[in-house]
Design a binder for this molecule. Structure first.
Ligand code: BYC
Ligand code: FE
Ligand code: FE
Length: 469
Protein backbone atom coordinates (compact mmCIF):
# COMPACT_ATOMS: atom_id res chain seq x y z
CA UNK A 1 0.00 0.00 0.00
CA UNK A 2 1.26 3.44 -0.69
CA UNK A 3 -0.02 6.73 0.54
CA UNK A 4 -0.81 9.26 -2.12
CA UNK A 5 -2.03 12.84 -2.19
CA UNK A 6 -5.29 11.40 -3.50
CA UNK A 7 -5.80 9.33 -0.34
CA UNK A 8 -4.54 11.95 2.07
CA UNK A 9 -5.40 15.39 0.80
CA UNK A 10 -2.66 17.68 2.09
CA UNK A 11 -0.81 20.91 1.60
CA UNK A 12 2.46 19.71 3.12
CA UNK A 13 3.90 18.29 -0.10
CA UNK A 14 3.52 14.76 1.21
CA UNK A 15 4.27 13.10 -2.14
CA UNK A 16 7.82 14.45 -2.14
CA UNK A 17 8.64 13.53 1.46
CA UNK A 18 9.55 9.82 1.41
CA UNK A 19 10.43 9.63 5.10
CA UNK A 20 7.13 11.11 6.22
CA UNK A 21 5.21 8.93 3.77
CA UNK A 22 6.83 5.83 5.23
CA UNK A 23 6.05 6.89 8.79
CA UNK A 24 2.42 7.60 7.93
CA UNK A 25 2.12 4.38 5.93
CA UNK A 26 3.04 2.37 8.99
CA UNK A 27 0.77 4.39 11.28
CA UNK A 28 -2.31 4.50 9.04
CA UNK A 29 -3.36 0.81 9.29
CA UNK A 30 -3.24 1.09 13.08
CA UNK A 31 -5.35 4.22 12.91
CA UNK A 32 -7.96 2.50 10.70
CA UNK A 33 -8.07 -0.48 12.98
CA UNK A 34 -8.45 1.84 15.99
CA UNK A 35 -11.25 3.70 14.13
CA UNK A 36 -13.08 0.45 13.37
CA UNK A 37 -12.79 -0.75 16.98
CA UNK A 38 -13.26 2.52 18.84
CA UNK A 39 -15.05 4.79 16.36
CA UNK A 40 -18.85 5.17 15.95
CA UNK A 41 -20.55 1.83 16.60
CA UNK A 42 -22.87 0.46 13.94
CA UNK A 43 -22.48 3.01 11.14
CA UNK A 44 -19.28 2.18 9.30
CA UNK A 45 -21.14 1.01 6.18
CA UNK A 46 -23.66 3.86 6.03
CA UNK A 47 -23.47 6.87 3.72
CA UNK A 48 -23.20 10.05 5.78
CA UNK A 49 -23.53 13.62 4.49
CA UNK A 50 -20.13 14.91 5.58
CA UNK A 51 -18.00 17.97 5.13
CA UNK A 52 -14.46 17.06 4.09
CA UNK A 53 -11.54 19.45 3.92
CA UNK A 54 -9.79 18.85 0.60
CA UNK A 55 -7.67 22.02 0.58
CA UNK A 56 -7.15 25.12 2.70
CA UNK A 57 -8.62 27.71 0.37
CA UNK A 58 -12.17 29.01 0.79
CA UNK A 59 -13.67 26.60 -1.74
CA UNK A 60 -11.82 23.54 -0.58
CA UNK A 61 -12.18 23.34 3.14
CA UNK A 62 -15.90 22.61 3.20
CA UNK A 63 -16.67 20.02 0.55
CA UNK A 64 -20.03 18.23 1.23
CA UNK A 65 -20.95 14.74 0.04
CA UNK A 66 -22.36 11.40 1.21
CA UNK A 67 -19.40 9.21 2.24
CA UNK A 68 -18.80 6.12 4.33
CA UNK A 69 -16.79 7.04 7.41
CA UNK A 70 -13.89 4.64 6.82
CA UNK A 71 -13.54 6.23 3.34
CA UNK A 72 -13.42 9.74 4.79
CA UNK A 73 -10.20 11.36 3.57
CA UNK A 74 -8.25 12.36 6.66
CA UNK A 75 -6.34 15.31 5.27
CA UNK A 76 -3.26 17.07 6.61
CA UNK A 77 -3.63 20.81 6.37
CA UNK A 78 -1.74 23.74 7.76
CA UNK A 79 -2.83 27.33 7.40
CA UNK A 80 -0.67 29.13 4.80
CA UNK A 81 2.80 30.18 5.84
CA UNK A 82 3.37 33.89 6.37
CA UNK A 83 6.61 35.43 5.11
CA UNK A 84 9.05 36.90 7.66
CA UNK A 85 7.02 35.77 10.61
CA UNK A 86 8.54 36.40 14.03
CA UNK A 87 7.88 34.98 17.48
CA UNK A 88 5.08 37.03 18.97
CA UNK A 89 5.64 36.81 22.73
CA UNK A 90 7.92 35.71 25.55
CA UNK A 91 11.69 35.81 25.89
CA UNK A 92 12.36 35.21 22.16
CA UNK A 93 10.01 38.01 21.04
CA UNK A 94 10.88 39.31 17.58
CA UNK A 95 13.19 36.45 16.56
CA UNK A 96 12.20 34.48 13.45
CA UNK A 97 9.67 31.70 14.15
CA UNK A 98 11.07 28.18 14.29
CA UNK A 99 10.53 25.85 11.33
CA UNK A 100 12.29 23.04 13.20
CA UNK A 101 12.00 22.08 16.85
CA UNK A 102 14.45 24.08 18.98
CA UNK A 103 16.50 21.58 21.02
CA UNK A 104 16.02 23.28 24.36
CA UNK A 105 12.22 23.25 24.01
CA UNK A 106 11.87 19.80 22.50
CA UNK A 107 10.40 18.05 25.54
CA UNK A 108 7.95 20.80 26.38
CA UNK A 109 6.71 20.98 22.79
CA UNK A 110 6.34 17.24 22.47
CA UNK A 111 4.35 17.19 25.68
CA UNK A 112 1.99 19.94 24.50
CA UNK A 113 1.43 18.20 21.17
CA UNK A 114 0.88 14.81 22.79
CA UNK A 115 -1.59 16.27 25.32
CA UNK A 116 -3.50 18.03 22.55
CA UNK A 117 -3.39 14.93 20.34
CA UNK A 118 -4.62 12.64 23.11
CA UNK A 119 -7.91 14.49 23.54
CA UNK A 120 -8.96 13.99 19.91
CA UNK A 121 -9.25 10.17 19.78
CA UNK A 122 -10.43 10.23 23.41
CA UNK A 123 -13.54 12.19 22.42
CA UNK A 124 -14.32 9.74 19.61
CA UNK A 125 -14.08 6.87 22.10
CA UNK A 126 -16.34 8.68 24.58
CA UNK A 127 -19.00 9.24 21.91
CA UNK A 128 -18.88 5.88 20.17
CA UNK A 129 -22.29 4.55 21.20
CA UNK A 130 -24.33 7.73 20.72
CA UNK A 131 -25.33 6.96 17.14
CA UNK A 132 -27.47 4.09 18.40
CA UNK A 133 -29.80 6.53 20.20
CA UNK A 134 -29.67 9.61 17.95
CA UNK A 135 -32.71 11.92 18.27
CA UNK A 136 -32.74 12.60 14.49
CA UNK A 137 -30.77 12.05 11.28
CA UNK A 138 -29.68 15.69 11.47
CA UNK A 139 -28.13 15.09 14.91
CA UNK A 140 -26.69 11.74 13.84
CA UNK A 141 -24.88 13.42 10.98
CA UNK A 142 -23.57 16.17 13.24
CA UNK A 143 -22.21 13.58 15.67
CA UNK A 144 -20.31 11.84 12.88
CA UNK A 145 -19.05 15.14 11.48
CA UNK A 146 -17.57 15.94 14.87
CA UNK A 147 -16.11 12.43 15.14
CA UNK A 148 -14.35 12.40 11.76
CA UNK A 149 -12.93 15.88 12.38
CA UNK A 150 -11.58 14.86 15.79
CA UNK A 151 -10.03 11.94 13.91
CA UNK A 152 -8.48 14.42 11.51
CA UNK A 153 -7.17 16.49 14.44
CA UNK A 154 -5.40 13.37 15.65
CA UNK A 155 -3.83 13.07 12.18
CA UNK A 156 -2.74 16.69 12.46
CA UNK A 157 -0.85 16.07 15.72
CA UNK A 158 0.58 12.78 14.42
CA UNK A 159 1.85 14.63 11.36
CA UNK A 160 3.77 16.97 13.69
CA UNK A 161 5.13 14.09 15.79
CA UNK A 162 6.24 12.12 12.71
CA UNK A 163 7.72 15.08 10.89
CA UNK A 164 9.55 16.87 13.70
CA UNK A 165 10.22 14.43 16.53
CA UNK A 166 11.94 11.40 14.99
CA UNK A 167 11.81 8.06 16.76
CA UNK A 168 10.21 9.24 20.00
CA UNK A 169 7.61 11.13 17.96
CA UNK A 170 6.69 7.89 16.20
CA UNK A 171 6.45 6.13 19.55
CA UNK A 172 4.17 8.83 20.92
CA UNK A 173 2.01 8.53 17.80
CA UNK A 174 1.58 4.80 18.48
CA UNK A 175 0.72 5.49 22.12
CA UNK A 176 -2.04 7.86 21.03
CA UNK A 177 -3.81 4.82 19.55
CA UNK A 178 -3.22 2.66 22.62
CA UNK A 179 -4.59 4.72 25.48
CA UNK A 180 -8.35 4.35 25.99
CA UNK A 181 -10.89 6.75 27.43
CA UNK A 182 -12.02 5.58 30.85
CA UNK A 183 -9.63 2.62 30.96
CA UNK A 184 -8.15 2.18 34.46
CA UNK A 185 -4.77 0.89 33.18
CA UNK A 186 -4.22 3.14 30.15
CA UNK A 187 -6.48 6.15 30.57
CA UNK A 188 -6.46 9.24 28.39
CA UNK A 189 -4.26 12.02 29.81
CA UNK A 190 -6.80 14.64 30.94
CA UNK A 191 -9.66 13.78 33.30
CA UNK A 192 -12.62 15.12 31.31
CA UNK A 193 -11.66 12.80 28.46
CA UNK A 194 -12.18 9.78 30.68
CA UNK A 195 -15.77 10.69 31.61
CA UNK A 196 -18.44 8.59 29.92
CA UNK A 197 -20.73 10.28 27.35
CA UNK A 198 -23.63 7.90 26.98
CA UNK A 199 -26.54 10.28 26.48
CA UNK A 200 -27.10 13.17 24.07
CA UNK A 201 -27.50 15.79 26.75
CA UNK A 202 -23.95 14.99 27.85
CA UNK A 203 -22.82 15.12 24.21
CA UNK A 204 -24.27 18.62 23.78
CA UNK A 205 -22.71 19.75 27.08
CA UNK A 206 -19.37 18.29 26.02
CA UNK A 207 -19.38 20.01 22.62
CA UNK A 208 -20.49 23.26 24.28
CA UNK A 209 -18.00 23.28 27.15
CA UNK A 210 -15.19 20.82 26.40
CA UNK A 211 -14.79 21.55 22.70
CA UNK A 212 -14.66 25.18 23.75
CA UNK A 213 -11.66 24.41 25.93
CA UNK A 214 -10.27 23.01 22.68
CA UNK A 215 -10.95 26.34 20.99
CA UNK A 216 -9.00 28.28 23.61
CA UNK A 217 -6.10 25.84 23.81
CA UNK A 218 -5.86 25.89 20.01
CA UNK A 219 -6.03 29.69 19.95
CA UNK A 220 -3.11 29.85 22.37
CA UNK A 221 -1.10 27.25 20.43
CA UNK A 222 -1.99 29.04 17.17
CA UNK A 223 0.28 31.85 18.49
CA UNK A 224 3.21 29.46 18.98
CA UNK A 225 6.70 30.35 17.87
CA UNK A 226 6.97 26.78 16.53
CA UNK A 227 5.41 27.68 13.21
CA UNK A 228 4.21 24.23 12.03
CA UNK A 229 2.22 23.88 15.29
CA UNK A 230 0.76 27.39 14.99
CA UNK A 231 -0.33 26.81 11.40
CA UNK A 232 -1.80 23.39 12.16
CA UNK A 233 -3.86 24.76 15.04
CA UNK A 234 -5.07 27.71 13.01
CA UNK A 235 -6.57 25.36 10.46
CA UNK A 236 -8.12 23.11 13.13
CA UNK A 237 -9.97 26.12 14.54
CA UNK A 238 -11.99 26.47 11.33
CA UNK A 239 -13.52 23.04 12.03
CA UNK A 240 -13.89 23.57 15.77
CA UNK A 241 -16.54 26.27 15.30
CA UNK A 242 -19.05 23.67 14.09
CA UNK A 243 -18.46 21.47 17.16
CA UNK A 244 -19.39 24.32 19.48
CA UNK A 245 -22.37 25.16 17.27
CA UNK A 246 -23.59 21.58 17.75
CA UNK A 247 -23.26 21.95 21.53
CA UNK A 248 -24.72 25.41 21.95
CA UNK A 249 -27.71 24.83 19.65
CA UNK A 250 -28.14 21.27 20.97
CA UNK A 251 -28.63 22.48 24.54
CA UNK A 252 -30.77 25.34 23.22
CA UNK A 253 -33.10 22.91 21.43
CA UNK A 254 -33.51 20.79 24.59
CA UNK A 255 -34.27 23.93 26.61
CA UNK A 256 -36.72 25.22 23.98
CA UNK A 257 -38.61 21.97 23.82
CA UNK A 258 -38.94 21.81 27.61
CA UNK A 259 -40.07 25.40 28.14
CA UNK A 260 -42.41 25.42 25.14
CA UNK A 261 -44.20 22.35 26.47
CA UNK A 262 -44.22 23.75 30.03
CA UNK A 263 -46.03 26.75 28.63
CA UNK A 264 -48.39 24.75 26.45
CA UNK A 265 -49.33 22.27 29.18
CA UNK A 266 -49.15 24.81 32.03
CA UNK A 267 -47.05 22.44 34.11
CA UNK A 268 -43.63 22.19 35.76
CA UNK A 269 -43.77 18.43 35.82
CA UNK A 270 -42.11 17.80 32.50
CA UNK A 271 -41.11 14.23 33.31
CA UNK A 272 -44.73 13.26 32.71
CA UNK A 273 -44.31 14.63 29.20
CA UNK A 274 -41.04 12.77 28.63
CA UNK A 275 -38.91 15.94 28.59
CA UNK A 276 -35.71 17.02 30.35
CA UNK A 277 -36.41 19.21 33.43
CA UNK A 278 -34.52 22.51 33.63
CA UNK A 279 -33.08 21.38 37.00
CA UNK A 280 -31.46 18.39 35.32
CA UNK A 281 -30.09 20.61 32.55
CA UNK A 282 -28.60 22.90 35.23
CA UNK A 283 -26.91 19.96 36.98
CA UNK A 284 -25.46 18.76 33.68
CA UNK A 285 -24.14 22.27 33.04
CA UNK A 286 -22.56 22.31 36.51
CA UNK A 287 -20.83 19.00 35.90
CA UNK A 288 -19.46 19.52 32.38
CA UNK A 289 -18.54 23.16 32.89
CA UNK A 290 -16.60 22.53 36.11
CA UNK A 291 -14.84 19.54 34.58
CA UNK A 292 -13.90 21.60 31.51
CA UNK A 293 -12.57 24.43 33.71
CA UNK A 294 -10.05 21.92 35.06
CA UNK A 295 -8.66 21.49 31.54
CA UNK A 296 -7.00 24.90 31.74
CA UNK A 297 -4.65 23.62 34.46
CA UNK A 298 -3.75 25.21 37.78
CA UNK A 299 -4.39 28.93 38.45
CA UNK A 300 -0.76 29.34 39.42
CA UNK A 301 1.43 27.30 37.11
CA UNK A 302 5.15 27.36 36.40
CA UNK A 303 4.45 25.18 33.35
CA UNK A 304 2.30 27.97 31.93
CA UNK A 305 4.99 30.56 32.73
CA UNK A 306 7.67 28.43 31.05
CA UNK A 307 5.54 27.78 27.95
CA UNK A 308 4.98 31.52 27.55
CA UNK A 309 8.60 32.49 28.24
CA UNK A 310 9.79 29.94 25.69
CA UNK A 311 7.39 31.27 23.03
CA UNK A 312 5.56 27.94 22.80
CA UNK A 313 2.07 28.84 24.03
CA UNK A 314 0.66 32.37 24.07
CA UNK A 315 -2.65 33.84 25.10
CA UNK A 316 -5.79 33.63 22.96
CA UNK A 317 -5.52 36.31 20.23
CA UNK A 318 -2.10 37.31 21.60
CA UNK A 319 -1.37 39.59 18.65
CA UNK A 320 -4.80 41.12 18.23
CA UNK A 321 -5.78 41.76 21.83
CA UNK A 322 -2.63 42.62 23.75
CA UNK A 323 0.19 45.13 23.51
CA UNK A 324 2.64 43.85 26.13
CA UNK A 325 3.88 40.53 24.77
CA UNK A 326 6.71 40.03 27.25
CA UNK A 327 4.95 40.22 30.61
CA UNK A 328 8.28 40.63 32.36
CA UNK A 329 6.56 42.45 35.20
CA UNK A 330 2.99 42.83 36.33
CA UNK A 331 0.77 40.72 38.50
CA UNK A 332 -2.58 39.01 38.42
CA UNK A 333 -4.86 38.82 41.42
CA UNK A 334 -5.85 35.27 42.35
CA UNK A 335 -8.34 34.39 45.07
CA UNK A 336 -6.92 31.73 47.36
CA UNK A 337 -8.37 29.87 50.29
CA UNK A 338 -6.46 30.33 53.55
CA UNK A 339 -7.74 28.82 56.80
CA UNK A 340 -11.23 28.57 55.35
CA UNK A 341 -11.26 32.20 54.11
CA UNK A 342 -10.89 33.55 50.59
CA UNK A 343 -8.01 36.02 50.31
CA UNK A 344 -6.63 37.83 47.29
CA UNK A 345 -3.02 37.31 46.36
CA UNK A 346 -1.03 38.95 43.58
CA UNK A 347 1.06 36.51 41.58
CA UNK A 348 3.49 37.27 38.72
CA UNK A 349 1.32 37.40 35.61
CA UNK A 350 3.33 34.80 33.69
CA UNK A 351 2.44 32.28 36.38
CA UNK A 352 -1.25 33.12 36.07
CA UNK A 353 -1.62 32.57 32.32
CA UNK A 354 -3.82 29.49 32.68
CA UNK A 355 -6.22 31.72 34.60
CA UNK A 356 -6.00 34.48 31.98
CA UNK A 357 -7.00 31.96 29.31
CA UNK A 358 -9.76 30.65 31.57
CA UNK A 359 -11.11 34.22 31.86
CA UNK A 360 -11.65 34.40 28.09
CA UNK A 361 -13.28 30.98 28.16
CA UNK A 362 -15.70 31.89 30.95
CA UNK A 363 -16.80 35.00 29.10
CA UNK A 364 -17.39 33.07 25.90
CA UNK A 365 -19.60 30.57 27.75
CA UNK A 366 -21.62 33.33 29.40
CA UNK A 367 -22.63 34.53 25.96
CA UNK A 368 -24.03 31.08 25.14
CA UNK A 369 -25.92 30.79 28.42
CA UNK A 370 -27.56 34.17 27.77
CA UNK A 371 -29.00 32.74 24.55
CA UNK A 372 -30.46 29.77 26.40
CA UNK A 373 -32.02 32.10 28.95
CA UNK A 374 -33.59 34.20 26.21
CA UNK A 375 -35.48 31.13 25.06
CA UNK A 376 -36.70 30.49 28.62
CA UNK A 377 -37.74 34.10 29.01
CA UNK A 378 -39.57 34.06 25.67
CA UNK A 379 -41.70 31.17 26.97
CA UNK A 380 -42.59 33.25 30.04
CA UNK A 381 -40.85 30.95 32.53
CA UNK A 382 -38.87 32.60 35.38
CA UNK A 383 -36.16 30.00 35.83
CA UNK A 384 -32.66 31.02 34.62
CA UNK A 385 -29.71 28.79 33.84
CA UNK A 386 -26.34 29.86 35.24
CA UNK A 387 -22.71 28.92 35.10
CA UNK A 388 -21.47 27.90 38.55
CA UNK A 389 -18.57 29.76 40.11
CA UNK A 390 -15.22 28.63 38.82
CA UNK A 391 -14.40 27.42 42.34
CA UNK A 392 -17.22 24.89 42.31
CA UNK A 393 -16.39 21.17 42.02
CA UNK A 394 -12.80 21.59 40.89
CA UNK A 395 -10.32 18.72 40.81
CA UNK A 396 -7.31 20.68 39.49
CA UNK A 397 -5.75 23.86 40.90
CA UNK A 398 -6.04 25.89 44.09
CA UNK A 399 -9.73 25.19 44.67
CA UNK A 400 -9.42 21.44 44.30
CA UNK A 401 -8.74 20.57 47.93
CA UNK A 402 -11.76 22.43 49.29
CA UNK A 403 -15.54 22.56 48.83
CA UNK A 404 -17.56 25.44 47.42
CA UNK A 405 -21.22 25.94 46.59
CA UNK A 406 -22.15 26.95 43.01
CA UNK A 407 -22.01 30.63 44.07
CA UNK A 408 -18.38 30.15 45.12
CA UNK A 409 -18.83 30.30 48.90
CA UNK A 410 -16.53 28.00 50.85
CA UNK A 411 -18.50 25.26 52.62
CA UNK A 412 -17.67 22.18 54.64
CA UNK A 413 -17.23 18.72 53.15
CA UNK A 414 -20.34 17.61 55.02
CA UNK A 415 -22.44 20.42 53.62
CA UNK A 416 -21.21 19.70 50.11
CA UNK A 417 -22.11 16.04 50.50
CA UNK A 418 -25.56 16.95 51.80
CA UNK A 419 -26.31 19.38 48.95
CA UNK A 420 -24.55 17.60 46.12
CA UNK A 421 -27.72 16.06 44.68
CA UNK A 422 -29.07 19.57 44.02
CA UNK A 423 -25.90 20.60 42.21
CA UNK A 424 -24.55 17.66 40.25
CA UNK A 425 -26.34 14.99 38.18
CA UNK A 426 -27.60 12.17 40.38
CA UNK A 427 -27.76 8.51 39.35
CA UNK A 428 -31.48 9.03 39.04
CA UNK A 429 -31.02 12.05 36.71
CA UNK A 430 -28.69 10.06 34.51
CA UNK A 431 -31.01 7.06 34.41
CA UNK A 432 -33.96 9.30 33.53
CA UNK A 433 -32.07 11.08 30.72
CA UNK A 434 -30.86 7.70 29.46
CA UNK A 435 -34.47 6.45 29.40
CA UNK A 436 -35.36 9.24 26.96
CA UNK A 437 -32.65 8.20 24.51
CA UNK A 438 -34.56 6.36 21.78
CA UNK A 439 -33.35 6.41 18.21
CA UNK A 440 -35.27 8.38 15.59
CA UNK A 441 -33.96 7.60 12.10
CA UNK A 442 -36.82 8.88 9.96
CA UNK A 443 -35.82 11.93 7.87
CA UNK A 444 -37.15 15.17 9.38
CA UNK A 445 -38.52 13.53 12.58
CA UNK A 446 -37.22 14.49 16.04
CA UNK A 447 -37.24 12.66 19.36
CA UNK A 448 -39.90 14.05 21.69
CA UNK A 449 -37.41 15.67 24.10
CA UNK A 450 -35.73 17.99 21.58
CA UNK A 451 -36.88 20.83 19.34
CA UNK A 452 -36.16 20.65 15.60
CA UNK A 453 -33.20 22.81 14.54
CA UNK A 454 -34.04 26.11 12.87
CA UNK A 455 -32.28 25.08 9.67
CA UNK A 456 -30.49 22.15 8.06
CA UNK A 457 -26.82 21.64 7.19
CA UNK A 458 -25.29 23.34 4.13
CA UNK A 459 -28.67 24.81 3.07
CA UNK A 460 -30.26 21.36 2.91
CA UNK A 461 -33.77 21.02 4.35
CA UNK A 462 -34.19 19.55 7.84
CA UNK A 463 -35.90 16.48 6.35
CA UNK A 464 -32.87 15.78 4.12
CA UNK A 465 -31.52 12.23 4.26
CA UNK A 466 -28.36 13.14 6.19
CA UNK A 467 -27.64 9.46 6.80
CA UNK A 468 -28.74 6.85 4.26
CA UNK A 469 -29.89 3.50 5.63
N1 BYC B 1 -6.62 16.38 34.12
O1 BYC B 1 0.84 23.22 35.89
P1 BYC B 1 -0.49 22.64 35.56
C1 BYC B 1 -9.59 19.59 22.81
C2 BYC B 1 -1.84 18.04 35.17
S1 BYC B 1 -9.40 20.11 24.45
C3 BYC B 1 -5.53 15.68 34.50
O2 BYC B 1 -1.66 23.41 35.92
P2 BYC B 1 -0.26 23.06 32.81
C4 BYC B 1 -10.77 18.78 22.50
C5 BYC B 1 -0.76 18.63 34.29
O3 BYC B 1 -0.52 17.84 33.13
C6 BYC B 1 -7.82 20.94 24.48
N2 BYC B 1 -4.34 16.24 34.73
O4 BYC B 1 -0.55 22.23 34.06
C7 BYC B 1 -11.98 19.03 23.10
C8 BYC B 1 0.43 18.67 35.23
O5 BYC B 1 1.01 17.38 35.31
P3 BYC B 1 2.50 17.16 35.85
C9 BYC B 1 -6.64 20.03 24.71
C10 BYC B 1 -4.22 17.57 34.57
O6 BYC B 1 0.74 22.24 32.12
C11 BYC B 1 -13.07 18.23 22.81
C12 BYC B 1 -0.20 18.96 36.58
O7 BYC B 1 -1.57 18.57 36.45
N3 BYC B 1 -5.40 20.73 24.53
O8 BYC B 1 -8.79 19.90 21.99
O9 BYC B 1 -0.02 24.49 33.06
C13 BYC B 1 -12.96 17.20 21.90
C14 BYC B 1 -0.03 20.41 36.98
O10 BYC B 1 -0.74 21.19 36.07
C15 BYC B 1 -5.29 18.35 34.18
C16 BYC B 1 -4.56 21.08 25.51
O11 BYC B 1 -4.80 20.79 26.66
C17 BYC B 1 -6.54 17.72 33.95
N4 BYC B 1 -7.63 18.41 33.58
O12 BYC B 1 -1.69 23.01 32.10
C18 BYC B 1 -11.73 16.95 21.29
C19 BYC B 1 -3.35 21.87 25.12
N5 BYC B 1 -4.87 19.65 34.11
O13 BYC B 1 3.40 18.09 35.07
C20 BYC B 1 -10.64 17.75 21.58
C21 BYC B 1 -2.07 21.27 25.59
C22 BYC B 1 -3.59 19.66 34.46
O14 BYC B 1 2.46 17.50 37.30
N6 BYC B 1 -1.96 21.17 27.05
N7 BYC B 1 -3.16 18.42 34.73
O15 BYC B 1 2.73 15.70 35.54
C23 BYC B 1 -1.62 22.19 27.84
O16 BYC B 1 -1.47 23.30 27.42
C24 BYC B 1 -1.41 21.93 29.32
O17 BYC B 1 -0.86 20.67 29.46
C25 BYC B 1 -2.70 22.01 30.18
C26 BYC B 1 -2.29 21.87 31.67
C27 BYC B 1 -3.42 23.32 29.93
C28 BYC B 1 -3.64 20.85 29.91
FE1 FE C 1 -10.45 18.68 17.93
FE1 FE D 1 -13.77 19.60 18.57
Amino acid sequence: MSISDEKIPNNVDLSSDRRLQRALESWQPNFISWWKDMGPEGFMEKDIYLRTAISVDVNGWAHFDHVKMPDYRWGIFLAEREAEKTIGFGDHLGQPVWQEVPGEHRNALRRLIVTQGDTEPASVEQQRLLGLTAPSLYDLRNLFQVNVEEGRHLWAMVYLLHTYFGKDGREEAEELLLRRSGNADKPRILTTFNEPITDWLSFFMFTMFTDRDGKYQLLSLAESGFDPLARTCRFMLTEEAHHMFVGETGVLRVVERTVNMMKEHKTDDVRKLGLVPLGVIQRYINFWYSSSLDLFGAEVSTNAANFFAAGLKGRAHEQKEYTDHVLGSGTYSVEKLENGKLVKEDVPIRNALNEVLRDSYVEDNERGVRKWNKAIEAAGIDVRLTLPSRKFNRMVGIYSGACFDPQGNPISKEEFAAQKHHWLPTDEDRAYVQSLMQKVYEPGKMANWIQAPSRGINSQPIEFEYVKF
